[in-house]
Design a protein around this ligand. Structure first.
Ligand code: LER
Ligand code: MN
Length: 273
């Protein structure tokens, strides 16, 4: 498994669970100094000017890109893939395609989290899910041109009423025509929605494409009460070899959150726990 840390470039997401903010160059420097393998970037959009510097920064600091978020489509433009207005949902698809291209060029996957949207009051979950399936079929095949899967993230009930659990995610994958989707499992959401996090990870098995490595209170791993040893055991049992990416609050500050994350990562992953 490889370590990763999140970097947000989106002003509107301030207060959200990202370790580093705004300064992509500074974030790369600090991540490399601390020994992270990679960064996960949350840009303002496919045309975010900072993305022009990303390949050189990764190269300079020997970092990989773990994944790229699409959530700015929601927080900046209120786009979702399930919006009942066809023009809005089409704009959401274009936004995601742009991120798929930016991430794919660097060998990384795009993440569908908040862009999944929700079933709106007066609408029904079935039609929202049908719109999500249609969008993911197109976008999954689109991502395949880069040889990377598209990631769909179950979110807790306070953020969506569509895909909340691992089982919701597996049911969704089974309904898709495209085979190019994997699950992004976020331990914070799992702590709210799952009966047992290790059992849910085992059930997800080879469908796991990415993990958000975070504690129960959205702080860095070890700053809450998550029981990581059985979680790592389950990930090893299913042969997961992807990223553990810290999508955590910058608490008490960015550097200490990053330092705590890499310490916990090394303790769990580099040792034979
Ligand atoms: C937000 O809670 C989250 O987990 C993000 O990864 C989704 O966009
Ligand atoms: Mn997440």
């Amino acid at each position: 498994m490889r370590s990763s840390v999140t970097v947000s470039l989106v002003g509107e997401a301030r207060g959200g669970p990202f370790v580093f903010w705004d300064d992509l160059g500074g974030a790369c420097l600090q991540s490399a100094r601390l020994g992270f393998d990679s960064i996960e970037v949350f840009p303002c959009g496919p045309d975010d000017p900072a993305l022009a510097f990303l390949p050189a920064l990764l190269n300079q600091h020997s970092l990989r890109l773990a994944a790229m978020g699409t959530g700015a489509g929601w927080v900046k433009h209120q786009l979702t893939l399930t919006h009942p207005d066809a023009e809005i949902s089409q704009r959401a698809r274009s936004f995601v395609k742009g991120i798929i291209d930016q991430a794919g060029a660097l060998g990384a996957s795009a993440i569908i989290g908040s862009m999944q949207g929700r079933s709106l009051p007066g609408g029904d979950r079935g039609s929202a899910l049908a719109r999500l399936i249609d969008a993911l079929d197109e976008l999954g095949d689109y991502a395949a041109r880069h040889g990377v899967p598209l990631l769909i993230e179950p979110l807790n009930r306070y953020e969506t009423n569509l895909i909340n659990t691992v089982q919701d995610g597996l049911d969704l994958l089974a309904l898709l025509k495209t085979k190019n989707l994997k699950l992004l499992l976020d331990l914070f959401h799992m702590n709210i929605e799952e009966v047992s996090i290790p059992a849910a990870l085992r059930a997800a098995g080879s469908a796991i494409g990415h993990v958000h490595f975070v504690d129960t209170n959205r702080r860095a791993p070890g700053f809450g009460h998550m029981d990581y040893v059985p979680i790592l055991k389950a990930l090893r049992e299913v042969g997961y070899e992807g990223y553990l990416s810290a999508e955590v609050l910058p608490w008490p500050n960015s550097n200490e959150a990053a330092e705590q994350t890499i310490l916990k990562f090394k303790e769990l992953v580099s040792s034979a726990v």
